[in-house]
Design a protein around this ligand. Structure first.
Ligand SMILES: *Cc1c(COP(=O)(O)O)cnc(C)c1O
Length: 471
């Protein structure tokens, strides 16, 4: 391949990027093609010989463009997903161009170190924390819990990172019953077991019941890890950190907070009250690819105890630079050695948005969520199930009907909305009921998007109601 070819290829990508991002509001909201459809363009036997890279990239664009999830659209409210800020996309292209991995290159380390400082300021967490740049909140939770596991056992004289868990004093894990599924996955990976935990009963918003937590922790002796949540996936609710963390402290617990998107409530001053007391925890996990709009995959493990963080994630190797006092090397804080140079995209997105840009975006999204919830709740037959404190709205259609009928109406309305193609929202199950979940996390979503989308949802509901009566 000639050295100029990369320029041709990136020009093709740039041209496509311009077209793809030009009118995001008119994008069809659900993928038009299935996996089987896309296989028509992407399948086939292993190629025996090579193909001109320009033709390869052309084919990838043509075969994929109708099978994409429209998460860069401001009218996309499915799951909790960011929309890949162009500055991050371009920075990723540079990381690839330079062929860098997230360790060894001085420039990449410098971007990570700077981004680490900026993140701690944006999230207003203790400035002495170390941050591991990982693939997302799943691995951020895992990494923080690995540090927690090592540290709580070290305090009782057991070196788990060296000796493993066989014969170790038992660790008690206390977690909210409504914690995100991926936190239980982290416990599973770590040999702590996803069922070998004390699950604290939730209130109606999915928060941990503080009285039930107090009762649970009072019975515990020995090493303990407490896992809290900032931003429940359906309701956006926050655990009561101010009450719970001091109780956990009395028992010497390591307190971890899963704040995949909710931690970003710390960026705008008016929303900070939601996270009051959270800064007293020992570790936090959050995503870059959700609210911060960094392209996939990007998450952050933030740990107050740098040494515990590093000990959980590294063994010194003779051929790698050793750790000098005061020196940071990014691979010591994440599970992988070789990984993407994520710091570049994080640096670029934060630089492009600035403190004010991040705060304005988060606040705007919460405002749009409230506005949509308000409009939807005015329509007969539509019920909002959560207190809309953040960016999440849990919607139920036909809630005045018997449970199963409302479940069915909710599912039908969701597919009507997706078929209409004005906006996109997905379904979920919460406390045994089908719901539609609105997550406002797409970078450019504004009040007009909220208004038009709420009207589209109402129209879809009215149609679903009419169709169900006539059938
Ligand atoms: C999305 C999410 C996760 C998992 O994060 P990934 O980035 O998908 O790995 C964990 N917890 C909560 C609350 C989430 O919303």
């Amino acid at each position: 391949m000639a050295t100029t070819d990369i320029e041709v290829l990136l020009n093709t990508v740039a041209r496509h990027a311009g077209e793809y991002r030009r009118s995001p509001r008119t994008m069809h909201s659900a993928p038009r093609q299935s996996v089987a459809d896309c296989l028509a363009g992407l399948g086939g036997p292993l190629p025996e010989t090579g193909t001109d890279p320009a033709a390869v990239i052309d084919q990838l664009i043509k075969a994929s463009q109708d099978g994409l999830v429209m998460q860069t659209s401001p009218r996309f409210f499915g799951w909790v997903m960011g929309s890949s800020h162009p500055a991050g996309v371009a920075a990723d292209a540079l990381s690839g161009t330079w062929g860098q991995m997230g360790a060894l290159a001085p420039a990449v380390e410098a971007a990570e170190q700077t981004a680490q400082g900026w993140l701690l300021e944006l999230l207003d967490l203790p400035r002495e924390c170390s941050i591991g740049f990982v693939t997302g909140a799943t691995i951020a939770n895992f990494t923080a819990l690995a540090a927690a596991r090592g540290e709580v056992l070290r305090r009782v004289g057991w070196e788990a990172d060296e000796q493993g868990l066989f014969g170790a004093p038992p660790i008690t894990v206390i977690i909210g019953a409504e914690a995100h599924i991926t936190v239980f996955m982290g416990l599973q990976y770590l040999g702590l077991g996803h069922e070998r935990v004390i699950k604290v009963k939730p209130d109606g918003q999915g928060r941990m019941d503080p009285a039930a937590f107090a009762e649970a922790i009072n019975k515990v002796e020995g090493p303990v890890i407490v896992i809290l949540q900032a931003g429940h996936i359906n309701s956006g609710a926050f655990d009561d950190f101010e009450t719970i963390i001091p109780l956990a402290r009395q028992k010497g617990a390591w307190v971890h907070v899963d704040g995949a998107f909710g931690l970003w409530a710390r960026a705008p001053a008016p929303l900070k009250y939601l996270t009051k007391g959270i800064e007293e925890a020992d570790s936090w996990a959050t995503d870059g690819h959700k609210w911060l709009q960094v392209p996939y995959d990007c998450g952050f493990t933030i740990v107050r105890h740098e040494l515990a963080h590093r000990r959980a994630m590294t063994i010194a190797a003779s051929y790698l630079p050793g750790h000098q006092a005061g020196e940071r090397l990014g691979f010591n804080y994440a599970p992988e050695l070789s990984r993407a140079a994520r710091g570049n995209a994080v640096w670029a997105v934060i630089k492009a948005l600035g403190r004010k840009g991040v705060a304005e975006m988060v606040q705007r999204h919460c405002r749009v969520a409230r506005q949509m919830a308000q409009r939807l709740s005015e329509e007969p037959g539509i019920t909002i199930l959560n207190d809309v404190v953040l960016n999440q709205v849990a919607v139920r259609f036909g809630a005045d009907q018997p449970l199963q009928i409302a479940d069915e109406l909710t599912k039908q309305t969701i597919s009507q909305i997706q078929g209409d193609g004005i906006c996109f929202a997905g379904g979920a199950k919460w406390f045994g009921r089908e719901i539609m979940r609105i997550s406002v996390t797409s970078m450019e979503t504004n009040e007009e998007d909220g208004r038009a989308s709420a009207e589209a949802m109402i129209a879809a509901w009215r149609k679903t109601k009419r169709d169900s009566r006539s059938s």
